[in-house]
Design a protein around this ligand. Structure first.
Ligand SMILES: C[S@@+](CC[C@H](N)C(=O)[O-])C[C@H]1O[C@@H](n2cnc3c(N)ncnc32)[C@H](O)[C@@H]1O
Length: 205
């Protein structure tokens, strides 16, 4: 069962470290340039989150709700910005992305930052998770690619904190996948849209 963690309404007034703020400005510029070349790559599922808000929420969460371990996983990492933020906050960070052009961009982010993140080009859904989809046209479903968990030799259970930015209407699916496969007491953090983040902790039924 997932128990919501109440996020304070003033979370967006928390300070953002100046070096991080500078990095995020550079990320916004790179992402904008990538999106200006839209026709070249068709990475249609990629939309950037509000990374300042994600950082503010992440720092609050780490301060107030201790994760069960340092493992952090970004589902559908795009440019891996959030995975790099997690690394900068001392987490052992991993990211999975299915689009080949985006994984190239993610690798570029790691070398520019610089950050230590385990990146994987493949499908973040654990084997069998698609059974939970109430609609097989959900954007997270049907990605081909290798299974990162098998190659890394870890399970979703090994991550204390998972982050995702689901497309509208598939947040419940991400919750259900997390609820089935994550460790008890692990946390899920989601960027939902402008000014909206949600977080949960998994608890035993
Ligand atoms: C809305 S974007 C969010 C990107 C990034 N996490 C952020 O917060 O800015 C969702 C990303 O998830 C990727 N994605 C969707 N389903 C996936 C799957 N099953 N496995 C791996 N990547 C997936 C898409 O290609 C896209 O880059």
């Amino acid at each position: 069962m997932l128990t919501p963690i109440e996020l304070p309404s003033h979370i967006n007034t928390r300070p953002v470290d100046s070096a991080i703020a500078k990095r995020l400005r550079q990320m916004h510029q790179r992402i904008e340039a990538f999106q200006d070349c839209w026709n070249q790559h068709h990475a249609a599922q990629f939309v950037a989150a509000d990374y300042e808000l994600v950082y503010q929420t992440l720092t609050w969460l780490l301060e107030k709700h201790r994760p069960i371990n340092r493992g952090f996983l970004e589902w559908g990492c795009g440019f891996a910005t959030v995975a790099c933020l997690a690394d900068s906050l001392g987490l052992a960070s991993y990211g999975v992305e299915s689009h080949p052009d985006l994984i190239v961009q993610a690798r570029q982010t790691l070398s520019d930052w610089p950050a230590t993140v385990e990146l994987f080009h493949g499908d973040f859904l654990p084997p069998g998770a698609e059974d939970l989809a109430f609609d097989l046209t959900l954007p997270s479903v049907g990605h081909s690619g290798e299974n990162p968990y098998e190659i890394w030799g870890v399970d979703l259970e090994d991550f204390g904190l998972v982050y995702s930015y689901p497309w509208p209407g598939e947040d419940q699916f991400h919750e259900d996948v997390f609820d089935r496969y994550a460790a008890n007491e692990a946390m899920l953090l989601m960027f939902i849209g402008p000014n909206e983040m949600r977080a949960w902790r998994k608890s035993s039924r």
